[in-house]
Design a protein around this ligand. Sequence first.
Ligand code: SF4
Ligand code: SF4
Length: 492
Amino acid sequence: MDIRLQIAMVFHLDKCIGCHTCSIACKNVWTDRKGAEYMWWNNVETKPGTGYPTKWEDQEIYQGGWVKKGDTIALKSAGKISGMKNIFHNNNLPVLDDYYEPWTYKYSNLLEAPEGDDQPVAQSVSLVTGKPIDVKAGPNWDDDLGGSMDYARRDSNFKNLSESEQKVMFQLEKMAMFYLPRMCNHCLNPACVAACPSGALYKRGEDGIVLINQNKCRAWRMCVSGCPYKKSYYNWSAGKSEKCILCFPRLETGQTPACMHSCVGRIRYLGAMLYDADKIKEVASCDESEIVNKQLGIYLDPFDKEVIAAAKKNGIADSTIDAAQKSPVYRFIKEWKIALPLHPEYRTLPNLFYVPPLLPTMGSVNDAIYDSTTETLFGDVDDSRLPLKYLASLFSAGDTAKIREVLNKLMAVRMHRRDVTVGDEDKKQVAQLLEKAGINAETADAIFRLTSLPKVEDRFVIPDMHREEAIEMIENTGDAKGSIGFGFNSKT
Ligand code: SF4
Ligand code: SF4
């Protein structure tokens, strides 16, 4: 057992209001610079939709992440050796149009226009060329299902839904949407690290944050194509790649990352997780049907005596173990099992987990009007407007049973709390729902409290940062084919 600390996160999607405050907070702090104008280290997408960059989930286009090869895995696009062969011609990069051409407005037109009969307008100007442009796309072009039929239909997650299922979903009265905030997942098996021929990307040993050494970056952009989440970006002005740094300078002073600090819906949780680094290869190369359970299995119980002893032996501080025991992330993903990784089938073992949206389920439509009686408003999760298959494509590598399991728990919490507060529920039915979901009233109350009434200190449990103990890192050597991008050095 090689126990490490990973800072991990949970986003609760039923709480996100799509305000984009997180994105703006991040932009103001980190990417309000030349060459970074188009970058949104944190962005919020509307689902269904094509996202940013457009169709980022379609790995047939972008060739990101890992694929299983026999009993191991290889990068879907270029590994280190094959990458070197094509280093001057990386076919799988998104182009500026896939993101959008960043622009500003010529505000001086408004201030300096001479008096006249017409209202002056602020012309749009490209932030790349400085020339006037017709704005054709933006990072949230399909926000709130704007242009829904065109954009939403192109969502890659529809590939497992039959045509008739899609047709039903796109009936105007059936349409449902939710917000998906995204940022770098600071993966346990980061494809960006494995793909970099210069060894510029690394994973910090003491907390698992994935960073790019700007001095080593040679602008090959293999991290951009390698990351299946498209969360590494190229700065066209600096000639270096950049990515989310999880606000480590803030974390090191005990502050939450800017996106989390500013989150209006309080959907974000951050905490410490202990995991077994010896298991990374085995988990990343398991069968797709097992990947969610195997990934969740890599995180260890911080209350287990053996785990504590092994962690201490590995140089993990008592304060870190204490933080892991108080981690809200541990409660969501391990104790209650209601948060899942985004696209686990990419095999990067992401450390950002999502509580999938339950929404009002509302499966029943009468004369094009939703029946809003309690039975249908909070009906069976199998009848929900968002098909389980769609959520399964996002959060469980296609396993609808896993999504049903999570949603049944969320539904049981909802009905239990209704029973507590409104008291008009059939108690026997509520008890049955709790039983079906495999939780008791006490757990339902605990889930409710951390979801709906958490204080700042409940949402964010930041371990003391132990730079002095930096266990040496993912070395970015990989094997000869660049097929496995992890491998820890011994301590220095
Ligand atoms: Fe972040 Fe993972 Fe993408 Fe690397 S592969 S940039 S760690 S999301
Ligand atoms: Fe959602 Fe929070 Fe971002 Fe607003 S700030 S869009 S609530 S994640």
